[in-house]
Design a binder for this molecule. Structure first.
Ligand code: ZN
Ligand code: ZN
Ligand code: ZN
Ligand code: ZN
Length: 253
């Protein structure tokens, strides 16, 4: 479920989850009172018709809402990791949250592999269809597999994780195609060399190219002696930290 992280009235870090809309206003600061300069209904996070998160700014002129340092001009699409400034307060938007299956989730079936969830396994709640699914299954998909959902999983991963990763669309004349290089993930598609239109990323440590989707399906880099920890990268990006100031990956735009 999406959430925002911010500093509460007593200076502790508050995590507020929501399912559809969230009003960002004075009422968020239930304890200790809202910081001065925040209107009752400053802004709202809602979802567009296509279910993408959007911030609608209701603040009066002079109290504008900023996202990653830029004025929203009334409306702004949000991405995982965006920093929202309302009045003097900063909030961080989390579109995707990695969590462990709780006891009450046990027995629910992952829509991709159809196996029942076990307590403690890593799961993700799709922000669009709200189905709980194995992390390993969901991060492996181009789009969420729930009927009519099609949430763009890989696109969200790529937007959130560049940097530290870089992604390139392979073109017909590119070196990867000319050299008939192959993705080292050893999945079925890796029997053939890289093709035009593949989306490729390189291991930040050893620079080995992978299909982006193959990279996210692995726990570590396959290169002997490298072993870059991909799971740790995903955990850092999608597990809310205790301190917003230390939350990585918010990019200025
Ligand atoms: Zn599954
Ligand atoms: Zn979905
Ligand atoms: Zn590597
Ligand atoms: Zn591959």
């Amino acid at each position: 479920m999406p959430l925002v992280l911010y500093r509460g009235g007593d200076d502790s870090v508050v995590e507020r989850t929501f399912s559809d809309d969230l009003s960002l206003g004075a009422d968020l600061w239930a304890t200790g009172g809202a910081p001065a300069g925040i209107a009752a209904r400053h802004a709202v996070i809602t979802r567009s018709q296509a279910q993408f998160p959007v911030l609608v700014d209701f603040a009066e002129p002079g109290r504008e809402t900023r996202v990653n340092g830029v004025d929203t001009c009334g409306l702004r699409a949000l991405c995982h990791g965006d920093r929202i400034r309302i009045g003097p307060a900063e909030l961080i938007y989390w579109e995707i949250v990695l969590q462990r299956a709780r006891r009450e989730d046990v027995g629910r079936k992952c829509p991709f592999c159809t196996r029942p969830l076990e307590e403690g396994v890593e799961v993700v709640l799709c922000p669009r269809c709200k189905a709980l699914q194995h992390k390993r299954c969901w991060f492996n998909l181009e789009q969420c597999c729930t009927y009519a959902c099609q949430y763009p999983v890989q696109q969200t991963l790529r937007r959130t994780l560049s940097p530290p990763l870089r992604f390139e669309d392979v073109e017909t004349g590119s070196t990867l195609v000319r050299d008939t290089a192959r993705c080292p993930a050893r999945r079925r598609r890796d029997a053939v060399p890289f093709q035009a239109d593949d989306v490729v990323t390189r291991c930040p440590d050893c620079e080995k190219p992978y299909h982006a989707v193959c990279w996210f399906a692995r726990s570590r880099c396959a290169t002997a002696g490298c072993g870059y920890d991909i799971e740790a990268l995903l955990r850092r990006a999608f597990t809310p930290g205790a301190d917003p100031a230390s939350v990585p990956l918010a990019r200025p735009r």
